[in-house]
Each structure stands twice: as structure tokens, then as C-alpha cells.
Design a protein around this ligand. Structure first.
Ligand code: BGC
Length: 394
């Protein structure tokens, strides 16, 4: 009689091992660990309805690393970003609501595209080609984030792009006179989830009349995963020698102030919480923490995306890196969150439970001659990109 030799058993063992690993591929275990998926994808599901009954959709972008970003065609909002920590646990790293209703009722711009002019315009007034324009004053005496119904509150037309990587294109026509801005502005925002775990945002706009544009994304990050507390332990490096001091209404004074030695100095990484309560500092008092524009040090290579910031959450090991073509970033530390908003999974978002790195031009540029221009003319194309890249430090 013939008996199988040890090679035979080894062969059977290997086959069994392969079968087991195939069947467990793409499964999510109890502690949120996800196996690698073979394919990237983009899927569409209904998120809810607008008050007039129009359906709102959620697009789920997933790459082969199993990173997942969900984006709504309402406001172009990034509602979820599921990313691994140093133990391979997949958790959500952005603030937001479980359902569309939350966003429809009240939102401090969670995850949204912000425009036509992100940030503040003093007294909602500016002069262009000799004509004075008046915008809504929706932030005390100033105009903020595009007005009463900015780009964060409109329904965008979404198309999924046929590409190697999951890509969502959002388009919106902002009509001449909308929120007081001149010119029909045709806007496109393209979100693509890259294989290196970065989300690239490409913005483009054209106008038929001279206007002003300053687009950004207003995602609140909390890298602890599923919001385990505030963001004060997150360590940040910000590539900026200067920031823009503001008045008590958060309008830049026009000065570029050196960060050296102050609570605004993040040239070497340090915890966000270190100087955030330095109330001796007038600027910290005005912002109730950090709510300022940092002027990015120019990149050495002209065409390259400029480095903005690195943020590390030391317990989860999650690292966020930001790159942009914009000259500045608003670094906002969720100072106005006060626990009244109940976000995803029933979590109350308290003061400083999230931080934003809103890449953009300087606030109030239309009224400040020495700031880089935010004017867009009919024969020009507004084009800019920002990358948010996630990784893990072991
Ligand atoms: C502003 C903050 C504001 C927040 C939410 C940030 O971009 O700088 O002052 O509270 O957006 O509206």
C-alpha cells in the first residue's frame, strides 16, 4: 500500500491556507480590522431628501487599501473617512452627522466645499471694477464662507469618472448675483481617492463677469478615530514663518507677523494644546484659540504642491499630511463647538473636538491691496488642488 509522504501533507496544508485567506478577504472583524480588498470601487446610495423632495446621494470611494471616503452631492460634504490606526483598526476620522437631516438643520460647515469666497470679507463689502458689491453679513458684521446659502448648502451635480482610481466629479453653476456675487460661475470639484491613501481635491472655475473666488474644504479632523476626545494631544507641524493677525472680528489687520517664539510657531512639531490657552496673547483671545490664516512658506520647486502641515495623533499613530497650491491655510481648532451638536454615533462634539486645515487665499483679500489677488476674469480659469494624505506611524 502507498502512503502519502510529508510533501503531500504540506501541499494540502498550503491549499487550505490559500482557501481560508481568500474567504476572509474583505471581511470586517469585530474589532474593526479590515483585510485588504483587491479592488477599488465607487458606489452610490441614497442619503436622504431635500425639503422639496429631491434625492440626495452619498458616494462611497474605496481604494485597494480599504480606505473609505464618503461624499455627498449636498454641499460636496465629506461625511465619513474610514482609516486604519497602528493596530489595523478602521475608524472614522472626520466629524459630521449620521443623516442628511443633521446637515440640513445646522452645521458649522462639517466636511463641506466652501465658496464662492471661503473665510471672511469685512462688512460683506468689496469693490470690483469701480462697482461696490454687498454680500450677506452672516458672521457679526462680516461675510463668512459664501453667505446664507453658500456652496456647502447647495446640491451639486455628481458624476463618477471612468478612471483607474475612484473619482467623483461635482459641478455647480452659481448664478450671477447669487449671494450678491457678480458673474455666472461654473464650478467643478473633483475628489479622487489615490492608492497612497490620499484624497486629492481639484477645484476649477470659470466666470462670464469679473468676480472673486476662494474655494476650500471645511473638513474637521479628529485622528483619534471615532472621536475619542478633543484634538489637543495631536501634534502639528505647520510650514509657515508668518501668520495673519486679526482684529476682534477675525478680519486680518493686513500685517504678516512672524510666528517665531509665539503660540503660533508650529515650525517644529508640537501638541496643538500647548499654547492654545495662552490668553496673554491677544490673538489667541480673539480666536478663542487658533482660528487664523498661516502664510505658507513657498515651495522651492515652482510647479510642485506645497507642503502645508503634518498632524500626528500619538495614540492611534494616524498621520495626516496636507499639500496645496494655495498660498495659505486657515487653521481652526473647533473653538466654537460647544457640545450641543450631537454627531455621528451619538457623540457630542465639544470644544476643540476637531481641527480644520482649510487651504485657501488670505481672508478678506478683496479689501486688502497687499494680499494675493482672488479676482477671476472671464478669460481666466481658476485652478487649484489640495491633497489630504493619511498614513500610520507604528
Ligand atoms: C472659521 C471659524 C468658524 C468656522 C465655522 C472657520 O473657517 O474661521 O471662525 O467658526 O469656520 O464656521
Amino acid at each position: 500500500m502507498l502512503y502519502p509522504n510529508s510533501n503531500y501533507f504540506y501541499f494540502i496544508f498550503c491549499i487550505l491556507l490559500i482557501l481560508v485567506s481568500i474567504s476572509s478577504c474583505q471581511t470586517q472583524t469585530a474589532n474593526n480590522k479590515v483585510q485588504k480588498s483587491e479592488q477599488n470601487s465607487i458606489t452610490k446610495s441614497e442619503f436622504g431628501k431635500m425639503p422639496d423632495g429631491t434625492s440626495v446621494y452619498l458616494y462611497t470611494l474605496r481604494n485597494t487599501q480599504n480606505m473609505e471616503v464618503r461624499i455627498s452631492d449636498y454641499g460636496g460634504i465629506i461625511t465619513h473617512w474610514i482609516a486604519p490606526d497602528n493596530k489595523g483598526r478602521y475608524e472614522d476620522i472626520v466629524l459630521g452627522y449620521d443623516s442628511l437631516d443633521g446637515y440640513l438643520k445646522a452645521t458649522p460647515y462639517f466636511g463641506a466645499i466652501v465658496g464662492r469666497y471661503g473665510n471672511r470679507i469685512s462688512k460683506g463689502k468689496f469693490i470690483l471694477d469701480g462697482q461696490t458689491y454687498h454680500l450677506a453679513t452672516n458672521n457679526g458684521e462680516n461675510h463668512l464662507h459664501g453667505g446664507l446659502r453658500g456652496f456647502d448648502k447647495v446640491l451639486w451635480t455628481a458624476t463618477t469618472v471612468d478612471s483607474e482610481i475612484p473619482t467623483l466629479k461635482l459641478s455647480y453653476l452659481s448664478k450671477d448675483g447669487e449671494e450678491g456675487y457678480p458673474g455666472n460661475l461654473q464650478v467643478e470639484v473633483i475628489y479622487s481617492l489615490q492608492e497612497d491613501n490620499s484624497l486629492k481635491i481639484d477645484y476649477q472655475a470659470t466666470t462670464d463677469k469679473t468676480t472673486i473666488v476662494n474655494l476650500t474644504n471645511h473638513t474637521y479632523f479628529n485622528l483619534s478615530g471615532d472621536v475619542k476626545g478633543d484634538i489637543l494631544n495631536h501634534e502639528i507641524t505647520l510650514n509657515a514663518d508668518y501668520f495673519l493677525p486679526v482684529d476682534s472680528t477675525l478680519i486680518p489687520t493686513g500685517e504678516l507677523k512672524s510666528v517665531k517664539g509665539s503660540a503660533f510657531d508650529f515650525l517644529q512639531n508640537k501638541p496643538i494644546g500647548k499654547g492654545i490657552n495662552d490668553t496673554e496673547n491677544e490673538q489667541i483671545r480673539y480666536g478663542k484659540g487658533y482660528d487664523h490664516s498661516w502664510v505658507l512658506n513657498p515651495s522651492k520647486e515652482k510647479s510642485a504642491m506645497n507642503f502645508v502641515a503634518t498632524v500626528l495623533e500619538p495614540i492611534s499613530g494616524r498621520v495626516l499630511e496636507v499639500f496645496t497650491m494655495e498660498p495659505a491655510t486657515q487653521f481652526y481648532t473647533g473653538n466654537f463647538l460647544d457640545g450641543t451638536i450631537i454627531g455621528k454615533k451619538g457623540i457630542a462634539y465639544k470644544k476643540r473636538y476637531g481641527f480644520c486645515l482649510e487651504t485657501q487665499h488670505y481672508p478678506d483679500s478683496p479689501n486688502q491691496k497687499n494680499f494675493p489677488s482672488t479676482v477671476l476674469k472671464p478669460n481666466e480659469v481658476y485652478k487649484t488642488s489640495t491633497i489630504y494624505k493619511l498614513s500610520v506611524k507604528q
